[in-house]
Write a protein that binds this ligand. Sequence first.
Ligand SMILES: Cc1cc2nc3c(=O)[nH]c(=O)nc-3n(C[C@H](O)[C@H](O)[C@H](O)COP(=O)(O)OP(=O)(O)OC[C@H]3O[C@@H](n4cnc5c(N)ncnc54)[C@H](O)[C@@H]3O)c2cc1C
Length: 137
Amino acid sequence: MKLAAKLVDTKPFQKIGAHHHKVSFRECDHHKWKSDGYWECFIRHFAFSLYHPTSTCSMGKVVDSQLRVIGVRGLRVADASIMPVIVNANTNAPTIMIAEKAADFIREYWAYQYEVCTKETILIHDNDKKCFYTRLS
Ligand SMILES: Cc1cc2nc3c(=O)[nH]c(=O)nc-3n(C[C@H](O)[C@H](O)[C@H](O)COP(=O)(O)OP(=O)(O)OC[C@H]3O[C@@H](n4cnc5c(N)ncnc54)[C@H](O)[C@@H]3O)c2cc1C
């Protein structure tokens, strides 16, 4: 907040007529305008996450680099919660990317599981002389 306030006082901003708008907030009006107490009060009353909460299952702590829950078999998490730290922009596009990566991980995992060639399988992919098969039922 202080940095933003300082920027307004710089020459380039002053040249274009920038100035602070003092809006009256009942909760903080007892503090001196722009004092430490004022900024603390302002932040406590008006800061919010802008609908972008993330990182409750952060990678490295709760899930590994393939989104598998550490210490739990057969469970992955694929949503905004795995971001180790919140991104510097909106969260929807990175969340879609996380979902795409999860689909790749799962596909890759099962492709290897069904790599065995048997009569009950259909050939779906031939790569590097390896057979990738899927089961009929
Ligand atoms: C008002 C608002 C505006 C936003 N605007 C933007 C924007 O403009 N641009 C942007 O990039 N991001 C925006 N976001 C953020 C973006 O929407 C989220 O980051 C993103 O949707 C997160 O995806 P997610 O899969 O982690 O969670 P969610 O999208 O919340 O998906 C969770 C899903 O789980 C389901 N669910 C919950 N509990 C259960 C249960 N027990 N069983 C089964 N299903 C369950 C829910 O119904 C939901 O479908 C906005 C968010 C909000 C709230």
